[in-house]
Design a protein around this ligand. Structure first.
Ligand code: HXC
Length: 510
């Protein structure tokens, strides 16, 4: 028996060695951890249960029958993050560059099926060269199977992708269908085709970093939701993110004991809004002051900075925050902001996470660049997302809520449950000067007359009372009591039930 046990240990050791010491060292030399080292950091200590470590590919083309490595380039299994179950697969770049064979795909789809059936998040750690070139259509079919499961699991369990090395082909399409993509700076790249193919086809000379590095994907393309400095930071931050998320769309949102008094007053918020309505202020200050222990996990912070989205907790329970940022473009809504916030709102709605919206928005960004770029449809995405969301929705207007943007930003008209405003709120079709200059165009030559008209419009609309008189605002609240008011409202809405009419699925303006 001892011999049999020793044999098992030997085979396990072989599998754990992956592509061998030389390749593991090369991985470290590039500043990357190996697949197993990554899993160890991601999961609670000793919680990882590995599956399929002896699986090998079945290819016989191009001499592949002579080159088999147990595990076949991906480590799969399940474990826990702070005691909660997650499924995980980690591409092993030391084995055929982490490329996907038919057998490798089966390992991943097994984990995907288990995650969906058992309703727990799935995390993919990517570091791979796409389809196993030697396998041809078998590898392509394998990707198809993975993609199909990504789609079926979408909106049922959270799916998270972490890009931790060069990723090409199918290893970028599968992440693209998951809820969040994170990258590691300087060591990870994502592209459908790499620099060499780009050079051949378009004659462009571009580095991997310029084509698909973390900077490009967190700023310009917005493919990635966040970037981290190294593998260790990325994996520890994934643990933090998992703590915010429910296990599935039928699970309650996580509730962790909070030592931060839900009734905490924040006197400094009473002076957050500057006296001059055109002067910006930092909306993040408000977010950090209302969140439990100032803990805010921001999503897409480097893209469309005029809108802020991310997760926080109030009284220990997860909330999604959407907020205009007056510091950037005066907090205006543009195409990028519309897309970014709409996707976040839909994620929250899928997973029953209440949405708290802070509004200070001067409207939609005018101009040909925006109109030609599809502002109408991109803005409509956010409108659509807020309107269809059935989770508890609480809105606080801190200052401007102008025009269509007032309606879009989780207004009462889109079934928000509680709409609050600070006394500094201004709710109107547009700013007072613009309004006066349009209504009284014939008086434009007379500065004094126009100034009086502006003043009239200001007196009428530069306050929250007109909206409050209509019931479009439920209450005008003191800034210092914002945290308490929202926490109480969330508690009151805890058992909210609201259903949209039955449909196969909606047709959001894509
Ligand atoms: C088989 C592969 C491989 C692949 C890499 N390797 N990619 N083996 N199939 N797709 C192997 C290499 O032969 C090498 O083996 C080892 O992995 C490391 O690769 P290197 O090239 O030495 O590493 P590096 O210089 O870091 O470059 C990494 C890379 C590059 C950028 C990922 O390898 C690359 O461009 N690979 C091909 C990418 C690609 O075009 N894939 C197909 C995409 S199409 P040894 O033995 O030397 O260690 C696709 C279709 C899906 O995925 C369609 C879905 C819609």
């Amino acid at each position: 028996m001892q011999e049999i046990l020793a044999k098992l240990e030997l085979r396990r050791a072989e599998a754990r060695a992956g592509g061998g010491e030389k390749r593991s060292k090369a991985q470290h030399a590039r500043g990357k951890l190996t697949a197993r080292e990554r899993i160890d950091l991601l999961l609670d200590e000793d919680s990882f249960e590995e599956f399929d470590m002896f699986v090998e590919h079945r290819s016989t083309d191009f001499g592949m029958e002579k080159s088999k490595i147990p595990g076949d380039g991906v480590v799969t299994g399940w474990g826990t993050v702070n005691g909660r179950v997650v499924y995980v697969f980690a591409k092993d770049f030391t084995v055929f560059g982490g490329s996907l064979s038919e057998s490798h795909a089966r390992k991943i789809t097994k984990i995907q099926d288990m995650a969906l059936q058992n309703r727990a998040p799935i995390i993919g750690l990517f570091d791979a060269g796409g389809a196993r070139i030697q396998e041809g259509v078998n590898a392509l079919g394998g990707y198809g199977e993975v993609f199909q499961r990504n789609v079926l699991a979408s909106g049922v369990i959270p799916q998270i992708s972490v890009i931790m090395g060069p990723c090409a082909g199918g290893d970028v399409y599968s992440p693209a269908m998951t809820d969040f993509i994170f990258m590691v700076r300087d060591t990870s790249y994502m592209f459908v085709t790499g620099p060499d193919v780009v050079k051949t086809v378009t004659n462009e000379t571009v580095t991997a970093e310029e084509l698909g590095g973390a900077l490009v994907h967190t700023t310009r393309s917005s493919i990635a939701d966040k970037a981290f400095d190294n593998d260790v930071e990325a994996l520890l931050q994934m643990r933090r993110l998992i703590d915010f998320l429910p296990a599935s769309n039928t699970d309650p949102i996580p509730e962790i004991p909070s030592f931060d008094d839900a009734g905490r007053m924040e006197a400094s918020l009473d002076t957050l809004i500057p006296a001059n309505p055109n002067q910006p202020y930092d909306m993040k200050e408000l977010i950090l002051k209302i969140a439990d222990e100032g803990d805010f996990f921001e999503i897409q912070e480097a893209h469309a900075k005029n809108i802020i989205v991310g997760f926080a907790r109030l009284a220990g329970r997860t909330i999604g925050i959407v907020a205009n940022q007056p510091l950037v473009l005066a907090g205006v809504l543009d195409s990028d902001a519309g897309r970014k916030a709409a996707r976040f709102v839909r994620f929250c709605d899928c997973f029953n996470i209440p949405i708290v919206t802070f509004v200070d928005v001067p409207g939609f960004l005018p101009g040909t660049a925006q109109e030609y770029g599809g502002l109408i449809k991109h803005g409509a995405k956010l409108l659509f997302a807020f309107a269809e969301a059935t989770v508890p929705k609480i809105t606080v207007i801190t200052r401007k809520a102008y025009g269509g943007a007032y309606v879009v930003m989780s207004s009462k008209h889109l079934r928000a449950d509680l709409n609050y405003a600070w006394p500094s709120a201004e709710i109107a079709v547009m700013g007072s000067r613009g309004a006066a200059e349009i209504i009284y165009r014939s008086e434009l030559g007379d500065k004094d007359k126009i100034a009086a008209r502006v003043k009239d419009y200001e007196d009428r609309f530069a306050n929250p009372f007109v909206a409050a008189e209509r019931g479009f605002l439920d209450e005008i609240i003191m800034p210092h009591s914002t945290r308490k008011r929202i926490a109480r409202a969330l508690d009151m809405l805890r058992h909210k039930e609201l259903n949209n009419p039955w449909k196969k699925h909606d047709n959001i303006p894509l």
